[in-house]
Design a protein around this ligand. Structure first.
Ligand SMILES: Cc1cc2nc3c(=O)[nH]c(=O)nc-3n(C[C@H](O)[C@H](O)[C@H](O)COP(=O)(O)OP(=O)(O)OC[C@H]3O[C@@H](n4cnc5c(N)ncnc54)[C@H](O)[C@@H]3O)c2cc1C
Length: 459
């Protein structure tokens, strides 16, 4: 008999949730982890960035509160304490996961996993001691790591992992290469604290994978906050320039250069599976990701993969949903989550939250759609909070009236998108989603306004 029924490699949000669900469904489970429980999400991703943004928002609100009668003169941001608070939150959550493993009788095997065959995993600890473990099934949930493309001097730039380790002072200036989700959240954090921030994005707008209006509106809001934004800007090289680091780039056929005390390279992450398989054990790849079918099976029998290591969408809740779906299928249990409806949020100010298709994506896919929109100038809570231009958009199939997507850019958008995901997962029409009364005053009232606009256009 094997040591375990399931060995999960990686204790990120994909791996730890899958392990807990498998144990709940009666499997004997072990998790292999070489770093802290909680993976990228709790230690170097979602949670630390949101903790930093929480601190910087308090600072910014106190500084900018004069319009509503707050004069918090003399407030200061202590970087050591801000980063200590970030560490404290990550540690609390990470040790919470270890406690959950203990109560669920899951063995946490500390070390680096090497898959030596279907049903066998070697774990090597930091002292170089190895132990072999056997199992019926292996679930790979090894996540992703920051990638640094081969641009001259880019090693001078920090990755998000390095920047999150902290610094004892506030940088005078930060240059951020990459105007995607990670770059924008760091830009928000440093701009809140009063640091001079520059964002350099290669595509024609910030957040190039999202609805055009989101990126354009965000650029205007960031510029108003003092952030310098370059789009269509291709980085050519990075070099030391006295005490600063200079980033050279071409923008609209002009050579430009901007220097910062720190440079962040936020241009993507790559799946983490180097050295995961013993020599001679080849798994089919899909580019740099491990290839899986709709049941998360890899090309090797009894070896599954979920989360950032194999998924097109690299988000914590996607990793979790895939991990749970995978083990539920393995255990013969019913899985109820619609994995095709994926909300995605950016914790800038105002927040951005999207789900489903944009108008452009629907058109490209040949789906006839109508769009309803509401700009929130008349929304009382938005007027009070004064975060800049906010709006909501809903996209519905022109014939069936079924909602196919939504884009929200407003305060608390990340707390509202779950409700919209519910509507999409349950195939609600615009008319049906419009039926509920929404409280006043609330940001959510704007949903009714945008949906009413949509219903009118659908006719
Ligand atoms: C700065 C930043 C901010 C982010 N913000 C958000 C956000 O707000 N919302 C969101 O949804 N997503 C966010 N993400 C993405 C999110 O963190 C990832 O999508 C998520 O962590 C992926 O989960 P995972 O379980 O697949 O892998 P991971 O969380 O990467 O965990 C993988 C684990 O496997 C371990 N491991 C790897 N190889 C081995 C091995 N051979 N042996 C043993 N252990 C191994 C690693 O140490 C790691 O702990 C953010 C990411 C970053 C970098």
């Amino acid at each position: 008999m094997a040591d375990y029924q399931l060995i999960v490699i990686g204790a990120g949000p994909g791996g730890y949730e899958a392990a807990l669900r498998a144990a709940k469904l009666g499997k004997k489970v072990a998790v292999v982890e070489r770093r802290e429980a909680g993976g990228t999400c709790l230690n170097r991703g979602c949670v630390p960035t949101k903790t930093l943004l929480h601190s910087s928002a308090i600072y910014r609100d106190a500084k900018n509160g004069t319009h509503c009668g707050i004069h918090a003169d003399g407030i200061r941001a202590d970087m050591e304490e801000i980063f200590a608070y970030k560490r404290e939150i990550s540690q609390k959550l990470s040790s919470g996961i270890e406690s959950l493993f203990k109560s669920a009788k899951i063995d946490l095997l500390r070390g680096t996993a090497l898959i030596t065959g279907s049903g066998s995993v070697r774990v090597t600890d930091t002292e170089g001691q190895s132990a072999d473990h056997t199992c019926d099934d292996i679930l790979i949930a090894t996540g992703s790591v920051p990638s640094r493309p081969p641009i001259s001097g880019l090693e001078l730039a920090m990755t998000s992992d390095e920047l999150l380790e902290g610094c004892d002072h506030l940088y005078r200036s930060v240059v951020i290469i990459g105007g995607g989700v990670i770059g924008i959240e760091f830009a928000t954090f440093y701009a809140d604290l009063g640091c001079a921030v520059t964002v350099i994005e290669g595509m024609d707008r910030l957040l190039p994978n999202m609805d055009r209006e989101l990126g354009q509106n965000l650029a205007l809001i960031l510029k108003k906050q003092g952030v310098q934004v370059f789009t269509n800007a291709m980085v050519q090289g990075v070099e030391q320039a006295g005490e600063d680091i200079a980033v050279r780039f071409t923008c609209k056929e002009k050579e430009e250069s901007v220097a910062g005390e720190a440079v962040l390279c936020a241009i993507g992450r790559r799946p983490c599976c180097d050295g995961l398989f013993t020599d001679g054990l080849a798994v089919e790849m899909n580019g740099r990701s491990i290839a899986v079918n709709e049941n998360f099976e890899t090309s090797l029998p009894h070896i599954y993969a979920i989360g950032d290591v194999s998924s097109k969408i690299q988000l914590a809740h996607v990793a979790t949903a895939q991990g749970i779906a995978c083990v539920e299928r393995l255990c013969g249990a019913e899985n109820r989550t619609d994995l095709s409806v994926v909300p995605s949020c950016i914790y800038c100010r105002p927040e951005i939250a999207v789900v489903g298709l944009t108008e452009a994506e629907a058109k490209e896919a040949g789906i006839p759609v109508k769009v309803g929109k509401h700009v929130m100038f008349d929304n009382a809570k938005t007027l009070i909070a004064d975060p800049g231009r906010c709006f909501m958009k809903f996209v519905a199939h022109a014939e069936t009236h079924e909602l196919v997507g939504a884009q929200l850019m407003c305060e608390h958008a990340s707390d509202m998108i779950g409700g919209v995901s519910q509507a999409l997962a349950n195939h609600l029409t615009a008319e049906r989603f419009c039926r509920a009364m929404r409280p006043h005053p609330s940001f959510e009232e704007a949903m009714t306004a945008a949906l009413e606009d949509l219903v009118q256009k659908l006719g």
